[in-house]
Design a protein around this ligand. Structure first.
Ligand code: G3I
Length: 368
C-alpha cells in the first residue's frame, strides 16, 4: 500500500507496470480514436476539456463505468480521494492508494487529473482542524500541500487550491468562517496559493466556488465580493490562474437564471486575466414525479442555457460534470438531500440523455 514513505506517483512507473493492479484490462492504444462522437472528442476538437468527477471505488468495481469514463473524458477529478480528511485521516498517516489509482487510470488512458480540493472547510482532516484551533501553525498546512501536490505533478496541471472560501452574512469581505480563516486570517488564501505555486510551478491554480449562477441578492453579493477577492489577489501578485464555477444548477431556481447577469460575471472574471473552469456541473431537479422525458428535457434546457453563456466567453476552457452517470450522484447521497435525480449526462445504465447532447452541442459552438 502506498504511504507517505513510498516514492511519488509517476506516469513512468505506471507505464512500466508498477502498480499494475489498478490498470488491469487497459491496453495502451485502446483509446477511442478521434471522431468517435464522445464528449472528449467534441471537447478536443474545440480545444477544450470535458471531464467528470470520478471515484476510485467505481473505477475498480464497475467495468462499464470505467469504460464510459475512458470513452467520454479527457480529464477526471477525484470526487473524494484528494481531500485532506481522506488522505490523512490520522496525523502523519498518509494513504495515497485511491488517489494513486485515479492518477494511474488517468495516465494510462491519456487523461489529465484535476486536483480537488486542497483547502476546503468541509474536507479538512478533523485532527488538523483541532491542531489549527490550538495553534495557528502554517507548517501543518504546508506539510499537507507538500506531500500531495508534487506527487501528482505529472498528471495534474490544474488544482483547486481553495474551495468555497465565500459565505455571505458573516463578514464585510464575504469570507467564510473556517478553520483556515480563524487560524491565519484572510491571508491564508494567498499563502496557500504561493505554496501551491512552489510545489507545482507549472500548474494552473484555481479558487473554486458555488452559488454564483442565479440572480438572487445573496448570489449577487457573492459574485461582487468574490470579484473583489480575485482582483485583490491579482493586484498583489498572488499566483492565481482561474476561477472554478461549480455550477450546481437547480431547476427550482431556473426562473432566476439571467444569461446577461452570468455573462457579465464571466466577462468580469475574464477581464482580470483569469481562466474559468465549469468545475462541478450538475442539475438538481425540482420535481421527480414528471414523465422521464420531461424531466430530462428540463435538465438539458438548464444546461443548454448555462453553457450558451459559458461558451460565448473564451475564458471558459473546460467543463466538468460532478459525476458522469445518474448511477452515482452526490445529490442522491445522505448529504445531498435531493432524492432521485437525473442531473448528469448519462443515465444509470450509462446511456446518453438530452443533457449529454446539450454538452456536445455546446462544444460545437466552439467548433467541436
Ligand atoms: O463511502 C462512505 C461509505 O462507506 C459510508 O458508509 C458513508 C457514511 O456516511 O460515507 C461514505 O462516504 C461519503 C462519500 O461522500 C461517498 O458517498 C462521505 O461520508 C461523504 O462526506 C462524501 O461526500 C462528498 C463531499 O464532497 C465531501 O467530500 C461527496 O460525495 C462529494 O460529491 C462532495 O463534493 C463536493 C465538492 O468537493 C465541492 N463542491 C460541492 C460538492 C458536492 O457537495
Amino acid at each position: 500500500m502506498a504511504d507517505a514513505r513510498t516514492p511519488g506517483w509517476s506516469r513512468r512507473a505506471v507505464l512500466a507496470g508498477v502498480g499494475a493492479a489498478p490498470l488491469m484490462g487497459f491496453a495502451p492504444g485502446r483509446e477511442a480514436v478521434k471522431g468517435d462522437g464522445s464528449l472528449k472528442d467534441h471537447a478536443g476538437r474545440a480545444g477544450m476539456q470535458y471531464g467528470a468527477a470520478v471515484r476510485a471505488s467505481l473505477l475498480a468495481e464497475q467495468p462499464d463505468y470505467r469504460a464510459a469514463v475512458t470513452r467520454e473524458c479527457n480529464i477526471v477529478t477525484p470526487e473524494l480521494e484528494l481531500k485532506w480528511a481522506w488522505l490523512e485521516p490520522q496525523r502523519g498517516q498518509l494513504s495515497f492508494t485511491s488517489a494513486d489509482a485515479i492518477a494511474s487510470f488517468a495516465a494510462a488512458t491519456g487523461k489529465a487529473m484535476h486536483g480537488a480540493a486542497l483547502l476546503w472547510h468541509l474536507s479538512i482532516a478533523p485532527w488538523a482542524a483541532e491542531a489549527l484551533a490550538d495553534q495557528p501553525d502554517w507548517m501543518i498546512v504546508r506539510r499537507f500541500l507538500a506531500s500531495v501536490i508534487p506527487r501528482y505533478g505529472e498528471v495534474t496541471h490544474t488544482w483547486d487550491v481553495i474551495n468555497e472560501p465565500m459565505d455571505m452574512g458573516h463578514r464585510m469581505d464575504g469570507l467564510r468562517p473556517s478553520p483556515y480563516l480563524a487560524a491565519f486570517g484572510p491571508d491564508y488564501i494567498r499563502r496557500a496559493l504561493e505554496d501551491a505555486r512552489l510545489y507545482a510551478p507549472r500548474a494552473k491554480l484555481f479558487i473554486n466556488e458555488f452559488g454564483l449562477d442565479y440572480d438572487f441578492p445573496v448570489e449577487r453579493d457573492k459574485r461582487y465580493l468574490l470579484l473583489k477577492l480575485l482582483e485583490g489577489l491579482k493586484t498583489s501578485g498572488a499566483p492565481i490562474d482561474g476561477l472554478g464555477m461549480q455550477a450546481h444548477l437547480e431547476l427550482a431556481k431556473q426562473a432566476h437564471f439571467d444569461p446577461k447577469v452570468l455573462a457579465q460575471f464571466f466577462d468580469d472574471v475574464g477581464s482580470l486575466g483569469l481562466e474559468i473552469r465549469i468545475s462541478e456541473l450538475d442539475v438538481k431537479e425540482a420535481n421527480g414525479t414528471l414523465a422521464t422525458a420531461e424531466r430530462d428535457a428540463r435538465v438539458a434546457d438548464a444546461v443548454r442555457r448555462y453553457l450558451d453563456v459559458a461558451m460565448a466567453n473564451r475564458a471558459v476552457g473546460s467543463i466538468t460534470t460532478w459525476g458522469l452517470s445518474d448511477r452515482c450522484s452526490w445529490l442522491d447521497s445522505p448529504g445531498g438531500k435531493a432524492g432521485p435525480n437525473r442531473g448528469l449526462p448519462l443515465d444509470a445504465a450509462l446511456r446518453p440523455k438530452p443533457m449529454y447532447h446539450a454538452i456536445s452541442e455546446a462544444y460545437a459552438l466552439r467548433g467541436g
